[in-house]
Write a protein that binds this ligand. Sequence first.
Ligand code: PEP
Ligand code: MN
Length: 270
Amino acid sequence: MSFAKLAEWGEDRRPTVIKVGGTIIGGEHPPVIIAGPCSIEDRDSALALAAALKEAGAQLFRGGVFKPRTSPYSFQGLKEAGLPILAEIRELTGLPVVSEVLAPEQVRIAYDYIDIFQIGSRNMQNFPLLQAVGRLDKPVLLKRGFAATIDEWLLAAEYILAEGNSQVILCERGIRTFEPSTRNTLDISAVPLVKLRSHLPIIVDPSHACGRAELVPPLAKAAIAVRSDGIMVEVHEEPEQALSDGAQSITLKEFRQLVGALRQIEMRRV
Ligand code: PEP
Ligand code: MN
């Protein structure tokens, strides 16, 4: 086990708390709910969805414009053209925006449009990219690599912290196992394990963990029960029409029900 000196607990045992817009993530603060489509597909649907999600209780909006797709023939996102839509969502709803960057040059291009820079699972060990977001004065959401150990994940966070950016949020999004019934396997133990070792906030993405909409609510509930600092969930108005990750996207109606259930669990958790 290697020691990530900046990512792991220091002597003062002070948790990292991240403030974005009016929302605080980490420490003893209530878990945050991040929601939105896998990809921004067009302006009108994204804006309508964002407004409805806010109404339903989402505190941050997620939406990919630079998409890391397994196949080069799949929809790659709106890229630069999607950035002004993110800014418009932030302006109209007041929700801070989480979106992924795939390369250091995109960090510069996207700087004004994104409030939390997501580093995706496939890029967890893209060291030049980690260093590029490490030089930002904005928070970074670092997803766990789908085949990364907790040690490797904390050391990836260390690359960001070592550049001077202390605002890192970890995100467990499932790891690859032998089980084919789910897209990945949610490593729920990662939440309490990371909390034992690190002062950084950790949230859970149940959508990419399971790849199946019907499993998203139970996994999201489990995440809150184990004291995750939040969840990030994919929502689509018409999942069967989605340009990416439709199978794991829940509907607005399901999202509304989920928020109610999560707040109940939050009130009762110990
Ligand atoms: C996503 O959030 O849409 C995404 C591509 O996630 P991951 O990097 O976890 O696969
Ligand atoms: Mn997705």
